[in-house]
Design a protein around this ligand. Sequence first.
Ligand code: HEM
Ligand SMILES: CC(C)=CCC/C(C)=C/CC/C(C)=C/COP(=O)(O)OP(=O)(O)O
Length: 299
Amino acid sequence: MSAEARAGEWSRWDRFKAYVEVTKPRSVFLLVFTSLPPMLLAAQNYPFSWGQGILALWAVTLACAGANAVSCYVDRDLDAAMIRTCHRPIPSGRIYPPEKALYWGLLLFFASLFLGWQLNPVAALCLGGGMLGYVGVYSLWLKRRSAWNIILGGLAGGLPALFGWTAVSGRLDLLPLLMAALVVLWIPNHIWSLAIFYREDYARVRVPMLPVITTLGKALHCLLLTVVLMVALSLYIGYLGDWGYIYWITALLTGGAALGLSVYVVLRPSPRSAWLLFKFSSPYLFFIFLAMMLDTLCR
Ligand code: HEM
Ligand SMILES: CC(C)=CCC/C(C)=C/CC/C(C)=C/COP(=O)(O)OP(=O)(O)O
């Protein structure tokens, strides 16, 4: 049954939930969480008020939610065709016509830009760059064309972390840039592990994720390389940021687990081991940034 035909069968509560679901809330949570440690770190070096912090949190939340909703509109044809995404709000008809998701996303995004501008121009630029990078560079330009889509398109993923710092400081500095780079280096293992699990799904809709267009072995070696670089950068950030025991113990334990799991997937490649690596990827990033936050608060 078409999305149009099903549009009438959803309750008001279903539709409300759909407008939340279309923002991909789980990813928004982690994206926003990566902005917290840089924000708290900047607050120790620049004038900061809790009102500013709350404004910044709202701004980055609305920006990521808006970008995700616009991306769901852009990818509505892919989402309808992929097994993994066919039950999402637009293909399922819970948001109909699809343009409502576009307008919803743009509303959230421009609201975030207004809030970001109240903080400072650099912070607003980070939010604008995030939408441009994710929706423009990734969803519209590279996702369907290049196996390196998540490398260039993934830069947007580091912008919430950079926003956290600039929202307070109004400027760019090396440490927050490296914290943002850690998120960007985390993305390949996050998505390529998932793309291995859903390889046929991506192949059927002709999205050239690296594990789809090259051999599994080559994709896994590229994945392992990015994990080695990610763990190395996490250790350098520990040195440069002069973080304490909380960070170092967390970085070594989670980094060791990430490396071990990645080597395991390379040695024993299977949909199950790839899925395990994907499901581990978000907790890895969460605990690394949580350790940064706790260390900062303990200073
Ligand atoms: C170009 C960059 C990225 C791509 C292509 C990507 C892709 C994906 C995909 C395909 C999923 C599965 C969604 C589903 O099936 O419902 C996912 C889940 C997720 N993504 Fe990403 N992602 C990217 C960047 C990020 C970033 C930067 C973050 C946060 C810092 C993030 C956080 C999450 C979270 C928390 C989930 C849910 C994980 C779970 O269910 O265990 N993603 N991502
Ligand atoms: C500051 C700012 C606005 C930054 C933007 C950060 C951002 C929203 C990054 C993308 C995160 C994400 C969940 C991508 C999904 O990729 P996908 O669309 O390929 O996933 P799908 O196949 O599940 O739809």
